[in-house]
Design a protein around this ligand. Structure first.
Ligand code: ASP
Length: 343
């Protein structure tokens, strides 16, 4: 049986061309992309494709587009062995995180990739990324089950769990990294999968897609000098339900009473605040320092080693399920799709 793969093309540098007037890159058609990778035929797979009506620079990504991608996968789930999503790198980690929550009980590969140089350029990384992504989407274990059963990002030499990855470089071909979770595969002469790191589901039943996302989430990034009035403005943003608070180191924040009182007040108003670290490696340990302890006492939830991208999208997902703040807090403290490790 030839592997059956569905490519979902959303846009991104991989398919872009240069605007002759400005020399800036802009998204272009899927057919142009495929014309530049004739080698795909050598794989001998059955490949179909779906593309966004208008391919986008991923800076324009939003929750409606995530719903569109999730639906494209869910509607075709039983007709294909695997899915490759072509996407810009800028928001790839957000999309990967969102899909990891939306595609509940996923047991097939959803491999997201793109490139740093357009596919039409001589030194493009797009051709190799696309071909490797297709091979990973088609890879099976000895028993014939899909090797990858989760949302993952393939970029240059590594396959990462999607909700653990972050874009780390605007220039390097190895643009993505995960600070707190090992790579799922290393790409060299062959593709070496690390079985211990790969997601395996225990639960029976099929895909259980959830499409509703609630973007009523705000972000506060701490920095020395953050003023009372700036903080107050964000905390009092109308209609928000959750806040991702990006703190220092192991989850530390100012201990000044104006700061702590405002945070506590917000928690008491029923707004969920999730504490994530600004560090790329390690996570929140609320009781390591007094500065973290005082913050934890306000009712702020520790995000452990979750990435910022996964934190924001997980909150949107949980509020999208229609859960109340108590239930949202409950699930924020538990991994749903391998996005964090509780220390
Ligand atoms: N701005 C582009 C995008 O995210 C960058 C890329 O694809 O590498 O769509």
């Amino acid at each position: 049986m030839r592997p059956r793969i569905l490519i979902i093309y959303t846009g991104g540098t991989i398919g872009m061309i240069e605007d002759p007037a400005t020399h800036a890159l802009r998204p272009f058609d899927f057919s142009h992309l495929m014309e530049n990778v004739p080698k795909v035929k050598m794989l001998n797979y059955d490949i179909d494709n779906i593309q966004f009506t208008t391919p986008i620079d991923s800076s324009d990504m939003n929750t409606a587009y995530w719903q569109e991608i999730a639906r494209s996968i869910a509607d075709n789930y039983y007709d294909y062995d695997g899915f490759v999503v072509l996407h810009g790198t800028d928001t790839m980690a957000y999309t990967a995180s969102a899909l990891s929550f939306m595609l509940d009980n996923l047991q097939k590969p959803v491999i997201i990739t793109g490139s740093q140089l357009p596919i039409g350029e001589v030194r493009t990384d797009g051709e190799e990324n696309l071909i490797t992504a297709l091979q990973i989407a088609a890879a099976t274990d000895a028993d014939g089950s899909p090797m990858v059963q989760e949302v993952a990002i393939l970029f240059e030499d590594y396959l990462w769990r999607g909700n653990r990855a972050t874009k780390r470089s605007a220039d390097n071909f190895n643009a993505f990294k995960s600070g707190n979770y090992p790579h799922l595969a290393k790409v060299g002469l062959s593709i070496n999968f690390f079985r211990d790191a790969l997601m395996r589901h225990q639960s029976a039943g099929g895909l259980n897609p959830q499409y509703n996302l609630d973007p009523a989430v705000a972000v506060i990034d701490l920095y020395p000098g953050l003023s009372e009035s700036v903080l107050r403005h964000v905390l009092q943003t109308p209609d928000i339900k959750g806040i991702v608070l990006r703190t220092y180191g192991a989850g530390n924040a100012p201990t000044a009473s104006w700061f702590i009182d405002m945070i506590k007040d917000t928690v008491d108003r029923g707004i969920v605040i999730l504490n994530v670290t600004q560090c790329a490696y390690g996570g929140v340990h609320p009781n390591r320092y007094v500065a973290g302890d005082v913050l934890a006492a306000t009712g702020v939830i520790p995000g452990y080693d979750i990435t910022f991208e996964a934190a924001v999208t997980k909150m949107m997902f949980l509020f999208g399920l229609g859960l109340d703040s108590k239930q949202v807090k409950f699930y924020l403290e538990r991994p749903l799709a391998g996005e964090m490790t509780i220390s």
